[in-house]
Design a protein around this ligand. Structure first.
Ligand code: AMP
Length: 283
């Protein structure tokens, strides 16, 4: 596996494979790898000739009060894990390679970024995500880029950028990888002390409860979101949001009909956690 720092080096590596007719897969990450990241790398490895993983803690998607400085970083460990998954290129640029002096462009996706994490964290977050992902797609020109369904709104934002800007790439969303007790894996789980780690499972338990209700025929959005709130409240967790929203445009869903996204965000001790289920109306 090559560790590359510059855009020129990545382009050269991709060009070689492309010239031979090979398919290129990209997995964008911020490092601190866990099984969620590795599942994306495996999906990319299974379907491409060249697998590029980007490792870049993107400063523009963090707010001034967020955890940019303390975000877990361990490139040597990440490189070893990526290499073990058969990744060909780890693209780990310095911030100045991505944002050189004079950088002046921001991609803003309107509408679907006004809610959930966009409302909770602020507009800067998805502006930062959309801009860096567009850049990574421009640098690597992958056939397929792999994202985790854990960040369901992020997947929707990326798909919208690709569609609206006619980018020639397929976006693949991979299932949420969970700890044995159900907690969605996240680089931020390392912020949880033992007590908060036990409480944190309430997010997935609450979503499980709502999914079970939906399976028995419950369709009322308030009943479904209240079920999550109750499990969180029993664990002493006050959510930032628990919302049932449309999978096409993230508009609010009052009555489950077909499929909808049930999304939750909450601060648990030192970690801001998110999780979601796709609820299906039972017929
Ligand atoms: P991050 O390094 O947190 O930016 O995540 C990089 C990619 O991994 C994103 O597409 C995430 O959605 C995905 N990811 C993070 N956690 C998980 C998880 N538990 N299961 C599946 N994908 C994940």
């Amino acid at each position: 596996m090559k560790i590359l720092r510059t855009i020129a080096e990545v382009r050269a590596a991709v060009r070689e494979v492309r010239a031979a007719g090979g398919a290129v897969g990209l997995v964008p990450t911020m490092g601190a790898f866990h099984e969620g990241h590795l599942s994306l790398m495996r999906a990319a490895r299974a379907h491409n000739d060249l697998v590029v993983v980007s490792l870049f803690v993107n400063p523009t998607q963090f707010g001034p009060t967020e955890d940019l400085a303390s975000y877990p970083r361990d490139e040597a460990r990440d490189a070893a894990l990526a290499e073990a998954e058969g990744v060909d290129v780890l693209f780990a640029p310095a911030p100045a390679e991505i944002y050189p002096d004079g950088f002046a462009t921001t991609i803003h996706v309107s509408g679907i970024t006004d809610v959930l994490d966009g409302a909770s964290r602020g507009t800067f977050h998805f502006d930062g995500v959309a801009t860096v992902v567009a850049k990574l797609l421009g640098i690597v020109h992958p056939d397929v880029a792999y994202f985790g369904q854990k960040d369901a709104q992020q997947v929707m934002v990326v798909r919208r950028v690709v569609r609206d800007l006619d980018l020639d790439v397929r976006i693949e969303a991979c299932p949420i990888v969970r700890e044995p007790d159900g907690l969605a894996m996240s680089s931020r789980n390392v912020y949880l002390d033992e007590h908060d780690r036990r409480r944190a499972v309430a997010l997935s338990r609450g979503l499980d409860r709502a999914s079970a209700l939906a399976a028995t025929g419950v369709r009322d959005g308030v009943v479904l979101t209240d079920a999550v709130r109750r499990v969180l409240s029993d664990a002493g967790i006050e959510p930032e949001y628990v919302e049932l929203r449309s999978l096409t445009d993230l508009s609010p869903v009052a009555e489950l009909d077909g499929e909808a996204l049930l999304a939750v965000a909450a601060r648990v001790g030192g970690a801001r956690l998110i999780d979601n289920h796709i609820l299906k109306a039972s017929s």
